[in-house]
Write a protein of this length. Structure first.
Length: 288
């Protein structure tokens, strides 16, 4: 992950070097050669994804945004929101990486203190999923809610294991096309991240944040974050709130965006845009 950028683009190489120095270990080696078990530990995975995404961003800047043209907006999914804020100039790379590392540490600790579960739900409208999760939470007396509204027909739910199991039972009965329990014990974007959110809020308050140089679309609001206080409120709410990705992309479409470029190590978000609007132009930059 990111090895081609490291080898071919000096500006991207410099991003990896800075991350290695700041973290005190070779994150770049972990990205390029693993081991996978260490890379997918959320404490390392989040800084790795952040670093590769920003390395790709620097490479795209060096190419003067060609062949896509300069960005009018930026957005990031969950952790990617911090990448987007750094790309937009609200956070320095140093401060963004420190915040991402802290986020990973706190989420891992919250998952150990209050283990939960997450599951993908395919083939039901978001409104029905919200209602059925609320019914399951009330029946069990534990939280379960929508974590990611990724695109029409693809939603991720998150929360207490028993409540999630009850929600899956109700979703299956309601005609969900497919239900997939994810192999993780961290209930991201749910109330079980409450301890992480409280400590992360303190880290956010300690981090210098400036107004973005490019409008950033927030996960929680699905609207532009215009100043430091908006950004702080967004980041503090994000760990326990739904990622409103469908709404975010539809907002961009409504204001006239027709070309979407996914910057980073994957192409998942470009695929989600296709599900949201098949007419939208989609590109990927940074994926090996």
């Amino acid at each position: 992950m990111g090895a081609d950028l490291f080898a071919q683009v000096p500006a991207a190489h410099a991003v990896f070097d800075q991350a290695d120095r700041q973290l005190g270990f070779s994150l770049s080696t972990l990205c390029f050669t693993g081991p996978e078990e260490a890379l997918t530990d959320t404490v390392n995975q989040q800084p790795a994804l952040f670093t590769v995404s920003l390395a790709a961003w620097e490479a795209l800047k060096l190419a003067n945004w060609q062949p896509y043209g300069p960005p009018d907006f930026v957005a990031g999914h969950s952790l990617g929101e911090l990448s987007a804020l750094t790309a937009a100039g609200s956070l320095t790379f140093h401060d963004g990486l420190a915040l991402v590392r802290r986020r990973g540490e706190l989420m891992k600790a919250a998952g150990e203190q209050q283990p939960g579960a997450m599951a993908a739900v395919l083939g039901l409208p978001i409104e029905q999923i919200v209602d059925l999760c609320a019914e399951a939470a009330a029946a069990v007396g534990q939280p379960v809610q929508v974590a990611n509204d990724n695109c029409p027909g693809q939603t991720v739910i998150s929360g207490n294991k028993e409540a999630l199991a009850e929600a899956l039972h109700r979703l299956q009965a309601a005609g969900a096309r497919k239900l997939v329990t994810l192999p993780i014990t961290i209930a991201a974007h749910s109330p079980l991240m409450g301890t992480a959110a409280a400590d992360f809020a303190a880290a956010v308050d300690d981090t210098p944040i400036t107004a973005p140089q490019i409008p950033v679309i927030g996960n929680v609001t699905a609207r532009s974050l215009t100043g430091p206080e908006d950004i702080r409120a967004e980041l503090k709410a994000q760990l326990t709130s739904r990622v409103r990705w469908t709404e975010s992309m539809r907002y961009l479409l409504e204001v006239g965006v027709g070309r979407f470029v996914e910057v980073g190590p994957g192409d998942v978000l470009a695929g989600l845009v296709k599900r949201i609007d098949r007419q939208a132009e989609r590109h990927v930059f940074g994926k090996a």
